[in-house]
Design a protein around this ligand. Structure first.
Ligand SMILES: [Ca+2]
Length: 239
């Protein structure tokens, strides 16, 4: 029983470490080098994302495309509702977002970064990343901002407010989805484009550091839990 308590204590302390890391101001990112989606989905009901193991910038990447023959929104893209990409950006110290994009095929009208507010009843704020991507080439984008900006400051910096969306500051205090959205022209409906996405990153500033912090992936966290469990087991053997 004592041994079991030690084992539980090991697992519990691993859990506490995990929570502590998740709560700190730190970067989060995906490079999709393992070909997995990591919680990203198509940006609408008519799109899907695929994890590609090669062809990224470098390694794996996320491929977005239409999932059905008809797509009334004429957009493709990817979004995430993962807690590490949503919630209170001011509290998390998020002040920059970067991403690599590649128009794999087809044509485009524009591609934006979109941060939606609170839940599905609201829209969000968008930032236009580009209106013309070269086909088959990776291009890097960085967007810096202050989550506490007034609307006037956000608009002056290039952000646009959609309908049914509160202020920039309120939106960034409760982000529902983080999204990359590409609109394509009506002339492209018969042969819709595909978009490659790689190295998506939220840069957090906080705890007195502006340096990028390595992202702790599921494998690291699993190893951490296993390690703590092993320590608990060793204590059990010695007890
Ligand atoms: Ca990659």
């Amino acid at each position: 029983m004592k041994g079991m308590n030690l084992l539980l204590a090991g697992l519990l302390s691993a859990g506490i470490s995990w929570c502590g890391l998740a709560g700190a101001a730190m970067d989060t990112s995906d490079n999709w080098d393992d070909g997995q989606l990591h919680g990203w989905t198509g940006n609408t009901a008519w799109t899907e994302v695929l994890g590609e193991a090669t062809g990224g910038n470098p390694g794996g990447y996320l491929r977005s495309r239409n999932s059905s023959a008809t797509n009334p929104s004429q957009t493709i893209g990817a979004m995430t509702r993962e807690s590490r990409y949503t919630g209170d950006f001011a509290a998390a110290g998020v002040q920059r977002i970067s991403v690599d994009l590649n128009l794999l095929s087809g044509q485009m009208t524009w591609v934006v970064l979109r941060l939606r507010y609170h839940d599905a009843t609201f829209n969000g704020w968008t930032y236009q990343l580009d209106t013309s991507l070269p086909v088959g080439q990776w291009r890097h984008y960085e967007v810096s901002f202050d989550p506490n900006w007034t609307d006037a400051q956000a608009i002056a910096a290039g952000w646009q407010q959609e309908s049914s969306t509160p202020s920039f500051q309120q939106t960034l205090s409760d982000v529902y989805t983080t999204e990359v959205r590409l609109l394509y022209p009506a002339s492209n409906v018969a042969a819709p484009p595909q978009l490659g996405i790689d190295n998506f990153r939220l840069h957090a500033v906080g705890a007195g550091t502006t340096a990028a912090v390595p992202v702790l992936g599921p494998a690291f966290l699993a190893a951490l839990v296993l390690g703590m469990a092993f320590i608990g087991y060793r204590r059990l053997r010695k007890a």
